[in-house]
Design a protein around this ligand. Structure first.
Ligand SMILES: [Zn+2]
Length: 881
């Protein structure tokens, strides 16, 4: 479909369907050539519906039969196209609609609906994949009780799974067998799932808070069951945590997770049958890094938590996507914080938000957390809906306090269980629980853009009064020129000379709730009385709001906070602000033809922190991690020359390596001494490895032979993937003489493990070297690469576009041209994947004029294609607008 013909869907146009679907029976006859789906829907008119036509969604469907109450319809009674089925005059009252459709799962390269992944039949229905299986009201507010019968060849698919509980199974003639599943909980079609294949299972069980025993299984490809152990462990911890923290108990007899290799997203929370990208299931120390383990824990938890926030209470329409996603991301963040280090998790989440969501909010694809219109809903599974959506929930909790938040959640669960709800209904629960008017808070859901809070301070020595003026402004975003002031919670401390927080005798000018100032107006002048001396203000502690802060603290103040703030997040933030200021200044120097120069005091302050035995290793690793080149480019914001950023970045890391070399070496050596211990993927071990590998990466920037020999040795002797991958990446990125040999030996060892091949591809695609594009082009022909597998495409092309700013942003435009060619090619087979890749161009207008022109040429080369998918056409139109 071309962009001209795709309609805009608007929140304001929401209407319930004229008919309800009370019950669904699905009968799948799976064969390799063609799959027949017989659907029987028990339909009843809603109140006020008189003889309205029944119009059901389809997508590339072939109708074989349609009948009502057992009678086949004649051709003048209905209209069927691949994308719609209309029953012109449905019966008055309840009736049974029977339909048979024929599918070709093997030819389904879009990976939406029913498709095959490595010989396994599987489904993905969110957001609009169910309509690729049968005609249906494929929208989240139509809830129904599903019974599913699956028939398949027994040798090819001994495992037959669907939602809910198993009812019956047995053998049939012709080598076939069947299974029947029944899900007692009414659900929308996007939560439907089916899996059939020859899979191994890792089995376990969990006893709920009320003593009900639940059978758990993680299904994986043959031979991989041991690699599912960490996923299973994460699942059991998630189930317990949701009982302890949110009082939520699991509600079926079984809970199944299936890992598949061809999957467009991370994972999917289908009721009782979660389907996962195998990246978020399979792990052992040989193949998975610490980050992979943390990712598995978080995604397993996220999908499990959806059982209540998403499945039991779902969204009324797709505009409310953040109702389930923002809330569930918040819940998985809290889970990971409880399992690991809360401070480290908070910093990681803030970094993710700034690197993924801030550029979205500041560019052509900006949209509110709860959008009010869309052309293609697949394009709204974004960092804004997910990560900013989670920040909005976190602010809500800060605003009304933990107790009122817990009461609000309980009210939401009890009031809306079994319903398809809206953001307004959700927020009303918290307004009721807290007694606070939350209408002003709704601006966070309705308006796009990242607010900028400017802070000015003054100190009156005579009256011992400290004054802060906080002014907020949100830049215009597409379609929203004027912005309302937001409710912004500012957690704060006034740090005294001894490093402790000073207590003012009075505060005026803004509502204060404990340690939180609540901004509601465009500007607040807040006075703090009775302070013995000028404090250093520590604002937005714990990243209390997803805003940009403009505050001109001196280097001395920032170094003081870095050393003394009692809030871990703001200690890290002070260090990051110092580094960012240095990097932006150095970039300007490079653009002006000067040699970059750096203040040494902030670097020495970092050195002192490395010596502090009270700080944990993971936190130290974050303190010395230099903001990425993409972070710097975002801060520079306009007229960006990625080569200048890279030169400044390199010079800054070199300065740290020279200044802190002895300390960094000691860290690496201490880690080497500990490396003989067995690998445990816990927070402490991960922190130690992260610190050592960050230190090694900094040291390697000097190119010293001694250091590079050490990196080669660590690569050869590594006992786990975290250290091996860190060393390989350094060798490849520095263009070391040993890089090719290391890549070859790595591939020889892991070439048959696709998830590890992804790491091998990414390390090469992200190398900041002039010959990288040629290598990436060659790798698209490598036997281990496939355009049909989303993980491979993301690992190679995605990594090139997102993690290689100088080569994607080459001055000759060839980096942009390469990625735009791939997008055009992929659009024909997998539009969702193509559209995600296209998003990597979202900041193209911030380049200097030459690169901006090159990027625009590449984007327009996609546009001149005649048959663009709705997914790509929508992103392209907005990106170029
Ligand atoms: Zn989710």
């Amino acid at each position: 479909m071309s962009q001209e013909t795709s309609p805009i869907i608007r929140l304001a146009d929401y209407k319930p369907t004229p008919y309800a679907i009370d019950k669904v029976d699905l009968d799948f006859d799976l064969t390799p050539e063609a799959t027949l789906v017989a659907a029987t829907l028990a339909i009843s008119p809603r109140a006020g519906t008189f003889g309205e036509p029944l119009v059901l969604n389809g997508d590339e469907l072939t109708l074989v039969r349609v009948a009502i109450d057992g009678r086949d319809l004649s051709e003048d009674e209905y209209e069927a196209s691949p994308s719609q089925l209309t029953i012109k005059v449905p019966p008055n009252g309840a009736f049974r609609l029977e339909m048979t459709t024929r599918l070709d799962p093997a030819a389904n390269t879009k990976l939406m609906g029913l498709y095959r992944s490595s010989g396994t039949w599987c489904t993905q229905c969110e957001a609009e994949g169910f309509r690729r299986i049968t005609y249906y009201y494929d929208r989240p507010d139509v809830l129904s009780v599903f019974t599913v019968k699956i028939t398949a060849p027994k040798t090819e698919a001994p495992i037959l799974l669907s939602n809910g509980n198993p009812v019956s199974s047995g053998d049939l003639d012709d080598g076939k067998h069947f299974a029947v599943w029944h899900d007692p909980w009414p659900k929308p079609s996007y939560l439907f799932a089916l899996v059939a294949g020859d899979l191994d299972a890792l089995e376990d069980d969990f006893t709920t808070m009320n003593g009900r025993k639940v059978k758990l299984a993680v299904y994986v490809e043959k031979g991989n069951a041991p690699k599912a152990a960490y996923a299973m462990d994460s699942l059991k911890r998630s189930m317990k945590w949701d009982e302890d923290v949110f009082g939520r108990e699991y509600d079926l007899d079984v809970f199944n997770v299936v890992a598949v290799s061809d999957f467009n997203m991370g994972a999917m929370e289908n009721k009782g049958l979660n389907v996962f990208n195998d990246k978020y299931v399979l792990a052992d120390p040989e193949i998975a890094t610490d980050a992979d383990y943390a990712g598995i824990e978080a995604v397993i938890a996220h999908e499990y938590f959806h059982n209540w926030t998403g499945d039991r209470i779902t969204c009324r329409d797709w505009f409310q996507l953040c109702l389930k996603e923002g809330l569930t991301v918040f819940r998985d963040q809290e889970f990971s914080s409880d399992m690991r280090s809360r401070a480290v998790k908070r910093i990681s989440d803030a970094r993710l938000l700034r690197s993924q969501q801030f550029p979205e909010d500041g560019g052509p694809l900006a949209h509110p957390v709860r959008p009010e219109q869309y052309k293609e809903i697949n394009n709204f599974y974004t960092a804004t809906v997910y990560e900013k959506g989670a920040e909005v929930i976190r602010m809500l909790k800060t605003l009304i306090g933990g107790d009122a938040f817990a009461r609000g959640m309980d009210l939401y669960f009890s009031r809306h269980d079994g319903e398809a709800a809206t953001i307004e209904q959700f927020i009303a629960c918290f307004a009721e629980a807290s007694g606070r008017d939350l209408e002003p808070f709704m601006v966070w859901y309705r308006e796009a853009g990242t607010p900028i809070v400017t802070v000015e301070e003054s100190w009156d020595e005579a009256s011992h009064r400290f004054t802060l003026t906080l002014t907020q402004e949100t830049p215009a975003t597409p379609g929203q020129q004027t912005k309302k002031p937001r409710v912004i919670p500012v957690r704060f401390g006034l740090v005294g000379p001894d490093g402790g927080d000073m207590q003012p005798s009075g505060i005026a000018g803004a509502e204060v709730n404990g340690d939180t100032l609540i901004l509601t107006q465009p500007s607040h002048t807040v006075t703090f009385e009775g302070l013995a001396s000028r404090p250093v203000p520590s604002l937005f502690r714990g990243f209390s709001a997803p805003v940009k802060v403009r505050q001109s603290l001196s280097s001395a103040d920032l170094i003081f906070l870095l050393a003394n703030d009692t809030d871990s997040f703001n200690r890290w933030q002070a260090g990051t602000t110092l580094a960012m200021t240095a990097l932006v200044k150095a970039t300007q120097q490079v653009r002006a033809g000067q040699a970059p120069s750096f203040e040494l005091a902030p670097i020495d302050a970092l050195g002192s922190l490395l010596d502090d035995t009270a700080l944990d290793a993971a936190f130290k690793a974050l303190l010395i991690a230099v903001p990425s080149e993409n972070d710097v480019a975002r801060e520079v914001a306009e007229n960006v020359d990625p080569d200048a950023v890279a030169t400044a970045h390199q010079a800054y890391r070199r300065t740290i390596a020279d200044r802190l070399g002895a300390r960094l070496k000691a860290i690496v050596e201490a880690d080497g001494a500990a490396a003989g211990q067995p690998y445990v993927p816990d927070a402490a071990g991960a922190g130690r490895r992260s610190l050592a590998n960050t230190a090694l990466d900094l040291l390697s920037i000097t190119g010293s032979q001694e250091i590079m020999a050490l990196v080669r040795r660590r690569f050869e002797t590594a006992t786990n993937m975290t250290d091996r991958m860190a060393a390989l990446t350094i060798l490849v990125h520095r263009g070391d003489a040993g890089a090719e040999a290391a890549l070859a030996s790595f591939f020889e060892r892991f070439g048959n493990v696709p998830l590890v091949v992804d790491k091998w591809l990414s390390a090469q695609a992200s190398a900041p070297l002039a010959n990288t594009l040629d290598k990436v082009l060659a790798l698209t022909q490598h036997p281990a690469f496939s355009f049909g597998n989303p993980n491979r495409v993301r690992a190679l092309v995605g990594a090139f576009a997102t993690s290689n700013p100088t080569q994607f942003g080459r001055a000759d435009g060839k980096g942009f041209g390469f990625v735009s060619n791939i997008i055009s090619r992929l659009d024909a087979t997998n539009p969702q994947l193509a559209a995600r890749l296209l998003v990597t161009f979202r900041s193209w207008r911030s380049y200097e004029p030459k690169r901006r022109a090159q990027a625009e040429t590449a984007l327009r080369s996609i546009q001149i294609k005649e048959q663009l998918s709705r997914d790509v056409a929508d992103i392209l139109e907005r990106t170029l607008a």
